[in-house]
Design a protein around this ligand. Sequence first.
Ligand code: ADP
Ligand code: GLC
Length: 471
Amino acid sequence: MEILHVSAECYPVAKAGGLGDVVGALPKYQQQAGHQAKVVMPMYRTRFLYSNEWELVHKGYTNMGSYFFDYSVIKEKHNKLGFELYLVDIYGLLDREQIYGYGDDNDRFVSFQIAVVDWLSSWAFRPDVVHVHDHHTALIPFLLQHTYKYRHLAQIPTVLTIHNAQYQGSMDWSKSVLLPEWDLWKRGMLEWAGAINPLASGIKCASKVTTVSWSYLDELKYMSNGLEALFEYEKGKCVGILNGIDTQVWNPSADIYLKDDFSVQNVAKGKARNKQLLCDEFGLDPQKPLFVFIGRLVHEKAADLLPSVVGDSFYHIGRKMSFLFLGSGDPAVEAQLNGLNMLSQNDYSCYIGYNEQLSHMMYAAADFLLMPSRVEPCGLNQMYAMRYGTVPLVRNTGGLRDTVRDIDQHDGYGIVFDSATVGHITHAIWRACDLYGKSVEFEQSRIRMMQLDFSWEKSTEAYQQIYLSLK
Ligand code: ADP
Ligand code: GLC
């Protein structure tokens, strides 16, 4: 089966979060399962672009409204990622260093989608399915079905995977002129709440819609940033498929970012060595349990609560633990986290920014991972943490609910709490400190977690069933 993934991110080419990880892994496992998987994404100016070899596979000319542009498609020559990788370049729009964060992001992703569809229309053979991810690529099903120029592609089945429904790419109706001439009777297929809403359009037009955990699929019907009624209406074509993790990249016994590898056989010693190294680097006391947070410093992740959690934990539980936070996002939260450095007594530090290597070192070194997310469609951090023997402290929501079982339950291994409040998080930290003091139970839970199977193989099979249902 030939699958064309279209995405704004793909690790290691360009990654801002879990979307990149998933699109870097799923096609590789689909390829291993005997399919032909390709990924196409914008040609950002990232390090990966400059350190690999490319060949030009297509040059095209098309327009976005009155803006006519040339675009080119290049292919990575050696399939280093385990699948065919294509990058689309559009001068002035996609040739940027960052993935997101520009004032013209809507135009950039509309132009990318138009170029992808235009390129597709030049193919001799059609792919069996076009698989789009999140709002940046969710207009593609509409473009294939309802534009006059590309209507000959309308029979290609499409799958939309929603990694996060908080972000929908909504834009004013004045932007409708950017799209190739479309059937005006189909206005309703673009619209939600008085605007063009790419995510809503994708949900309406895609042959199937998937999201990244079973619990999040339920939550979307009552908590999806305004799309609740749409999810209720379209529930017949929506399916939950839990993400996997790339066990080749995230493997504590062969991790290119770690100085000291370890496995389930020597987890206590291995983690202690990694903890010592990290604590030395950040001036932390390695005798204390180490709690880490890794992620975007945004409301969804409840990052705004972290400064108070540190203060309340020190005050109510005592200075018995250390914290190390890695992330970037809301400038107010960044400033507060930086400010806490002044109060540190070898028990608090943070790194504001994005650092792939440090994230691996933290999963390996930490005793506990904090993940108090208000919204978490799947969450990969908790799965990485568990594979590295780090006990996750998670709020009972979305994919966190589907992957972490509380230590007080039969065969449990993590710590689960109900609310994203300072009180509940601090109580979870208190429970974690208690667990840390019971060395036998702590060790058992580490070993149990490391043996859990979060591999992609199961989920790859579930996607295969979805594709087959479209034939
Ligand atoms: P989301 O996609 O919502 O950000 P996920 O849990 O699915 O959340 O995935 C986050 C991914 O991004 C993980 O691979 C995590 O390690 C990584 N990550 C997030 N923030 C940073 C950061 N500041 N530095 C390095 N890696 C990060
Ligand atoms: C999104 C979600 C996250 C999920 C990731 C990959 O960014 O916020 O929960 O794990 O996509 O699907």
